[in-house]
Design a protein around this ligand. Structure first.
Ligand SMILES: NC(=O)c1ccc[n+]([C@@H]2O[C@H](COP(=O)([O-])OP(=O)(O)OC[C@H]3O[C@@H](n4cnc5c(N)ncnc54)[C@H](O)[C@@H]3O)[C@@H](O)[C@H]2O)c1
Length: 355
């Protein structure tokens, strides 16, 4: 099938990799990356996009008129975001709300006007932090692990599924994405084909990791380029755990979803590394030391930020069954691929990642 696919945030980490992967796999389709280049380092993607045959449109998702400059499309993938869970926490939340929710609203309206389908890249951070931190856990030598409990809907030691309660605060970032999911349901009722996937942490080459977002990339950059690292929160032990997906596993899932639109039905899915691909910070440090062949002094700060969570792992059974997908890449693959990319592009990346 040939079609036009617009990816907002198409010069970002996920959007840029996705645009290039779709251009390779969707033979004959036109892929358009739309981005304001707000994220430092996104400008580095432009040469890559051009070389791959992806068109680029500069614009701001907060502006409906910028979006209307786009040609007609079959699908719009919403990957433009302020993706930091700390965004707006110590200042105004306006940018994160206007971009993540307002931008999704503009995109959904464009899809309605243009008879296009809508795909939202949502996040595991829509899950309320207190509910996650109230789950039973125990401390192991290198990580915290969840313990069995039969009386919490949507929770098992295999991870959190789509039925977990959404009651309670979750951060401005998480709320902006949940609001976008809810608005999507209204547009589905109005006839716009749509799907949302809540991803766990995503990592891989071309992620411009910084202290508040992109932890795996940040960790590898610090090991390769030097600079300080700190274990923050939960006693400063570095044992908090996240599930991680390699960007190639993410693009593979999205490709499958794009080619099975009859299964969308406005549904919201969970997709994460789950229990098979996860890491604590302490474990990530060991892997980075081995792959980067360096050793850093990692400091610690025991104070836990109010929006932080001890463990977050998703149960992806539903999305796996529905789209015949399962992640293939391990934590070792992820760190190896990031380190290889950073070594190759060191001159360009060091000024951005080592700040
Ligand atoms: N990276 C992860 O771990 C992760 C996990 C779950 C979900 N997600 C979701 O995936 C999507 C992509 O995230 P990412 O990691 O690629 O982030 P990113 O910051 O690398 O990319 C986002 C892109 O959006 C652009 N952008 C920001 N504000 C904009 C605006 N107002 N108008 C137009 N463009 C704008 C930025 O310049 C950037 O290129 C986001 O929706 C995020 O919520 C990411």
């Amino acid at each position: 099938m040939t079609r036009t696919i617009v990816i907002t945030g198409g010069a970002g980490f996920v959007g840029g990799n996705l645009a290039i992967a779709l251009k390779e796999r969707e033979h004959g389709s036109q892929i358009i990356a739309f981005d304001s280049l707000k994220r430092r380092g996104s400008e580095l993607q432009l040469a890559r996009l051009k070389a791959a045959g992806v068109s680029f449109v500069h614009g701001d998702i907060r502006s409906a008129s910028d979006l209307r400059e786009l040609p007609s499309m079959g699908v719009l993938i919403d990957a433009a975001a302020e993706p930091s869970v700390l965004a707006g926490v110590n200042g105004s939340p306006k940018y994160v709300l206007d971009t993540n929710y307002g931008g999704a609203a503009n995109s959904l309206e464009l899809c309605r006007e243009r008879n296009a389908a809508f795909m939202l890249l949502s996040t595991s951070r829509v899950l309320p932090h207190k509910r996650l931190n109230d789950l039973p856990w125990q401390e192991m030598p290198t990580r915290y692990v969840w313990q069995t409990s039969d009386d919490v809907a949507g929770y098992s030691t295999a991870g959190i599924d789509e039925t977990f309660s959404l009651e309670g605060p979750r951060s401005f970032y998480g709320t902006s994405k949940l609001c976008a999911e809810l608005l999507m349901q209204e547009y589905v009722a109005a006839g716009v084909p749509a799907i949302a996937t809540r991803f766990g942490v995503i990592a891989g080459p071309w992620q411009m990791g910084k202290v508040d977002q992109g932890v795996v990339s940040l960790w590898v950059a610090r090991h390769l380029f030097g600079h300080q690292l700190k274990y923050c929160g939960f006693g400063g032990t570095g044992k908090q755990v996240r599930d991680i997906l390699h960007i190639d596993d993410v693009t593979d899932l999205i490709y499958r979803q794009l080619n099975n639109m009859d299964l969308w039905d406005g549904k919201v899915f969970h997709a994460g590394g789950g229990t098979t691909c996860s890491t604590s910070l302490v474990e990530l440090t060991s892997l980075c030391e081995e792959i980067c062949n360096t050793r850093l002094q990692v400091n610690s700060d025991p104070a836990t930020h109010p929006v932080d969570v001890r463990i977050l792992q998703l149960n992806s059974a539903l999305v796996s069954q529905t789209f015949g997908w399962s992640p293939k890449m391990s934590m070792r693959d992820i760190v190896n691929d990031i380190a290889t990319w950073m070594r190759e592009y060191r001159t360009l990346l060091e000024p951005i990642l080592n700040t």
